[in-house]
Design a protein around this ligand. Structure first.
Ligand SMILES: [Zn+2]
Ligand SMILES: [Zn+2]
Length: 327
């Protein structure tokens, strides 16, 4: 059961040498979710061997070009490659108008249906405060949920948290034989119930669920936070996240400038991971002023040692662990 992040690009504002613009693919149980779509996203799909056919949902954090100008090329190219299935796009208000304008100006009609969903980006809307709620949920299927939350940037911007749903309990095979369990018994035990015997010889006997099952596998989570200043109101949304991607556009000696232009420093990204009790932090969205990224990494690690640099094209797996092995 895959839960894997591929980074398409880590560059802020401008592409830089081997750093492309923002875009990530989250693979959850072999379904792909695209998060941001900077220019050249479709090239990155080709470079990295990513199949569009398994992509049905696109999440756009905000309407700055480095996060969404790749969507026109991506949508029209996958159409040329024969796509017919509907596409679902989640973005702040305005993206649908942008896409319609480009399609209209080029006399283009998409052969597949595109569904647009407008994100709630108002930081003053009390209902968007965390933890994740029905109000902030933007996607749900049998295996996972996605919630969005407003962040603090120069234009309306959202972060996202992707969470697996809890797994059913794993029954210990020997117990099935030992207690001669029926199909209904097994189903109830997997759902977390104790086993109650109705047979006259065993009347009243109860075997606790914990004796019949292995500790559960822990659902995994990934949060995407770019672009934003250091913004503590997002903490309840990302509390305890397994993998956090947080932007770190500048070093902390540019803290005032970072705040002014709606961005974070590497130190602030580390602090956010620390306060959110994240398991692991990936920093990215690096300014083109930094050729060598190691000072950004070292700075984030002063606050949160389990930080790594986001590297274009790299794949990060979130491992599946049982309750007893974790934390
Ligand atoms: Zn950006
Ligand atoms: Zn931006």
């Amino acid at each position: 059961m895959t839960f894997q992040l591929t980074i398409l690009g880590t560059s802020a504002a401008l592409p830089y040498k081997n750093r492309f613009l923002s875009g990530q693919i989250l693979n959850v149980h072999d379904e792909l979710f695209l998060i941001d779509c900077g220019e050249a996203a479709q090239f990155r799909f080709q470079h990295l061997g990513i199949k569009h056919s398994r992509l049905n949902h696109i999440f756009i954090s905000h309407l700055h070009g480095d996060h969404c100008f790749g969507i026109f090329g991506l949508l029209t190219s996958i159409a040329m490659m024969g796509r017919e299935a509907d596409m679902h796009i989640y973005a702040p208000e305005g993206l649908e108008t942008m896409i319609e304008a480009v399609f209209k100006a080029t006399n283009y009609k998409s052969p597949f249906k595109i569904h647009f969903y407008i994100l709630k980006t108002d930081k003053n809307d009390k209902n968007t405060e965390g933890p994740p709620s029905d109000y902030s949920r933007i996607f749900e299927d049998e295996k996972m949920t996605v919630h969005s939350f407003p962040m603090n940037h120069r234009v309306p911007t959202c972060g996202f948290i992707f969470k697996e749903k809890p797994f059913p309990k794993n029954i210990i095979p020997e117990k099935i034989k030992q207690y001669n369990l029926t199909f209904d018994n097994i189903k109830a035990v997997k759902e977390g119930f104790d086993l109650k015997f109705k047979e006259p010889t065993m009347e009243g006997k109860i075997i606790p669920n914990s004796e019949l099952t292995k500790p559960p596998l822990l659902p995994r989570s990934f949060a995407y936070c770019s672009d934003t200043t250091y913004f503590e109101p997002i903490l309840p949304h990302i509390e305890g996240v397994d993998l956090l991607y947080h932007e770190a556009t500048f070093l902390d000696d540019m803290k005032e400038h970072a705040f002014k232009v709606g961005h974070s420093t590497a130190l602030e990204a580390g602090l956010m991971a620390q306060k959110a009790h994240a398991q692991k932090l990936i920093i990215g969205h690096f300014s083109a002023r930094y050729d060598d990224l190691s000072p950004l990494l070292l700075e984030a690690q002063t606050q949160f040692p389990n930080t790594i640099l986001g590297i274009d094209g790299q794949i990060y797996d979130v491992p599946l662990v049982r309750f007893e092995e974790n934390k």
